[in-house]
Write a protein that binds this ligand. Structure first.
Ligand code: RI2
Length: 307
């Protein structure tokens, strides 16, 4: 169980971050536990695995990718202990493999939209969004990327590091400079933490302001989102909880101000009407098709699972 606590701490503290990466880390942690658990019977296995799943679930309340990964890993129906163990391990391996391939496929599909000499604006640090950029670059398209700093945790610095590794030309701006430069941009491409049943996007805070600027400038706004980022629970009417993180991330010495409250929402909501296309591993879809993605690729059972 210690590795579950350690993985949970790393996800909670954002040492492991990114909606896809935390999902794969949780599946891997459950797989490791299933392999190592020394228990007397299936009932004890089920209890220990359930406890671990609940611990991991609590780490990042917004990321549906985390709960979908845990649900898919924990979906085992077996009569005995060893069959249960084997199924959990196989489920986790399948999710991790499918998730990695999904990011690659999104790159292949999304790159078809990118033309030579395009300028792409991105926000925060998204492997799915960067996969599109990498594919376009590998196809010889001479693109430039403008990366926002993405306060307060400045994930944009991770993005410019990855772009540097790829050899892609990049510029970095502060988040508040987006509207000043949006007319230079051919595509906005961002990642996703959640896609709701009506096609709205929950992503790093600041995304919705970028979408507003893009709409005003008539700049296409694309979302790169694996199907396990879609939320079955929103079909059932549930609202997405927006994680509120510690004030210290915004202002270290906030307590010196007697009458100050620092608010630090980690994500915001971009309504579907500001989204031109959602690029998934099963195809590029308009936001209005999100319900079908949930129904056909995730199924309803996830909405009732341990989430
Ligand atoms: P990938 C990140 O959240 C960002 O919001 C990013 O757009 C999203 O997860 C998806 O990232 P955080 O972990 O799965 O930085 O595309 O809070 O890597």
């Amino acid at each position: 169980m210690d590795q579950i606590e350690e993985t949970s701490r790393k996800i909670r503290d954002m040492e492991i971050r990114g909606a896809g990466r935390i999902a794969r880390a949780a599946a891997a942690a459950l797989m490791e536990l299933a392999l190592s658990l020394e228990v007397a019977d299936k009932a004890q296995f089920d209890m220990e695995m359930g406890r671990a799943a609940d611990t991991l679930l609590k780490t990042r309340p917004t990321a549906i990718s985390l709960s979908n990964a845990i649900s898919m890993t924990m979906r085992y129906k077996a009569d005995d202990l060893e069959s249960s163990r084997r199924m959990v391990v196989q489920n986790a391996r399948d999710f991790i493999e499918r998730s990695g391939k999904a990011v690659e496929r999104i790159g292949e599909i999304g790159s078809k939209r990118i033309r030579n000499a395009d300028v792409i604006l991105t926000h925060c640090n998204s492997m799915a969004a960067l996969s599109i950029i990498k594919s376009a670059h590998m196809e010889g398209k001479d693109i430039k990327v403008i990366a926002t700093e993405s306060r307060p945790r400045r994930q944009g610095i991770l993005t410019i590091g990855m772009l540097d590794e790829m050899g892609v030309s990049a510029e970095m701006i502060v988040d508040s400079a987006v509207r000043s430069i949006i007319n230079e941009v051919d595509y906005v491409i961002v990642g996703a933490d959640v896609i709701t049943a009506n096609g709205s996007l929950v992503n790093k805070v600041g995304t919705s302001q970028i979408a507003l600027c893009a709409r005003e400038a008539r700049t296409p706004f694309l979302v790169a989102a694996e199907t396990y980022k879609f939320s079955p629970r929103t079909i059932m009417g549930e609202m997405v909880q927006i994680e509120e993180r510690s004030p210290e991330e915004v202002l270290v010495d906030h307590t010196r101000y007697r009458n100050l409250k620092v608010r630090n929402p980690a994500f915001d909501v971009t309504p579907h009407r500001y989204i031109d296309l959602i690029i998934t591993e099963v195809g590029a879809i308009p936001p209005e098709m999100s319900y079908l993605i949930i129904k056909e690729t995730l199924g309803w059972e996830l909405s009732g699972d341990r989430t």
